[in-house]
Design a protein around this ligand. Structure first.
Ligand SMILES: O=C(O)CCC(=O)C(=O)O
Ligand SMILES: [Fe+2]
Length: 363
């Protein structure tokens, strides 16, 4: 049988390869192996750059989940840190967010967010007002006009059930249609489906570093135009024309953001893109003010929009009622898995105000 022939010669091939490998190891012991001394960049082939991008981000983090100073600060605040991804995602244990929190504790939480990009808490059955009070410790809050508001107008509720299937299952960073998109979002789980309903987060710094170097260079001077046409598409263009015009005069419709955003606090570069708000044909060169051209812009947008979906960049959070996630929109993208229909799932969310995205240039 051909299968038997194959295995007989496969065993012989394996034996010769093993013998060759052993010989090489002996040579290596005598110092003649060319592989020794290879740098990490030489170990990752250019066609498989992504794992190297994750490593570069890990290197930028000092090759540890948090800095020594932060680990010490967290310990002295009584916090224990459960890291769920290499470069992102930490569950913070040992704090009750409904209690009055000291300035040093808030600073420590803020620092964990900056170093870990997305942080989580368990068993925090906060009321709407308590959630708002906690969020306000991190800055002003944005009111999100297109969402379903809670009793407190700074809160939005995102609820899904049999009549309204989950729809936040696309990789994105929040509200890029704003001139100054929210710094971060804080979501609290109210109803969790019996199975599924996790939210995934992907590291936007590693996403950028994991692109081929020539592509990184191409992106540096590019910006694109983002708008909230997606929200207006729910309105009737004829019947609601006046309302649409009014909204557009109140809230700028169409803002430019760089594709590579410099994080305003850590200084690190991030791939900054939103498939629903970016006009895919709108990419232009900021330096020359030249548009890229419709077809090239569409093709590049399409390519970049696949990058965050690589599993190497991700951590995944399974909610329980009272779980809280706080993500840094400048450092991660997120994706709410819509895998629980027809069950219900509900979160409430507040958003901390951010600043105008700035471009990044290598130093
Ligand atoms: O439901 C979630 O887990 C997150 C939904 C979302 O995209 C958001 O709140 O910004
Ligand atoms: Fe979102």
């Amino acid at each position: 049988m051909p299968g038997l022939d194959f295995n007989t010669s496969a065993i012989q091939t394996a034996e010769s390869l093993t013998a060759r490998r052993l010989e090489k190891e002996i040579e290596a012991d005598t110092g003649s192996d060319a592989g020794i001394g290879k740098t990490p960049s030489a170990r990752f082939p250019e066609h498989n750059r992504l794992p190297y991008g994750v490593y570069l981000e890990w290197q930028a983090m000092g090759e540890q989940p948090v800095s020594d100073a932060l680990a010490e600060a967290a310990r002295s605040e009584g916090l224990s840190l459960e890291h769920i991804g290499l470069t992102l995602g930490t569950v913070i244990h040992g704090v009750d967010l409904s209690e009055p929190l000291s300035e040093t504790l808030i600073n420590c939480i803020r620092q964990i967010l900056l170093e870990r990009k997305v942080i989580f808490f368990r068993d925090q059955p906060l009321t709407e007002d308590q959630l708002v009070q906690f969020a306000e410790r991190f800055g002003e809050l944005d009111v999100f006009p297109f969402g379903r508001l809670g009793h407190n107008p700074k809160v939005i509720e995102i609820s899904h059930d049999e009549a309204r299937p989950g729809s936040e299952n696309g990789w994105h960073t929040d509200v890029t249609w704003m001139e100054a998109p929210s710094l971060g979002s804080i979501a609290q789980a109210l109803i969790v489906p019996p199975i599924g309903g996790d939210t995934l987060f992907a590291d936007s710094h590693a996403a950028f570093r994991g692109l081929p170097e020539t592509l990184q260079e191409t992106l540096l001077p590019l910006s694109g135009v983002h708008d909230y046409r997606y929200f207006l598409s729910g309105l009737d263009p004829i019947q609601d024309a006046a309302l649409i015009e009014e909204i557009k005069t109140r809230i700028p419709f169409g803002v430019s953001h760089p594709l590579v955003r410099q994080h305003p606090e850590t200084g690190k570069p991030a791939l900054y893109i939103h498939g629903g708000f970016l006009r895919h044909e709108s990419l232009f060169n900021r330096d020359t003010r030249e548009p890229m051209g419709e077809a090239a812009s569409q093709a590049l947008s399409k390519l970049l929009l696949t990058q965050h979906a690589r599993p190497e960049l991700m951590c995944r959070f399974a909610w329980q009622p009272g779980s809280i996630a706080f993500w840094d929109n400048r450092a991660v993208q997120h994706y709410a898995a819509s895998d629980y229909y027809p069950h219900a799932r509900s979160i409430r969310r507040v958003t901390v105000s951010g600043d105008v995205p700035m471009s990044w240039a290598p130093s």
